[in-house]
Design a protein around this ligand. Sequence first.
Ligand code: CU
Length: 173
Amino acid sequence: MRLLILLMGVLTAASTYADESVEAKIARAMSAAPDYVSAEATIMDTDGTLLREGTNGWMCHPGGAPGDDHPMCNDAVWTSLMGAMGAGKEYVGDRIGISYMLKGDMNVSNSDPTATDPNNGDVWVQEGPHLMIWVPREMLKGLTDDPYAGGPYVMWGETPYAHIMVPLGEKLR
Ligand SMILES: [Cu+2]
């Protein structure tokens, strides 16, 4: 989930999906979560454009960053967390946050949210359908940070954005 650019509204380059219809973007954004979550969710494009106003407190995006097509649906905690990431700020929370990514994610470094080179020596993972759970750091105790150990693991453990990845299917690669 490399989403540093999301919500910043500074997109300058034309994205791969620039010509996509609003309807298609909304449909993909909604596919990140079950219908009972996404049907009434707010939908926001990867460049920060509001595509649809929602009513249930969830916010879905057609991708994690401009040009990416792995959708996600975030609760209020994850929305704040991503806003903090986009602004390069520390995220300090006091309660659980949940994000749905039922269509999987892009290939990311499991340790460094800013990494772009898959050959940089980090462990990289392209997760399939999963949930992402943010909790205060002390609750991560005892969880592995190995994506390939089988089961849930900690992503970006040494950063303020450390969260639990809960795989729900096969990895995409
Ligand atoms: Cu994810």
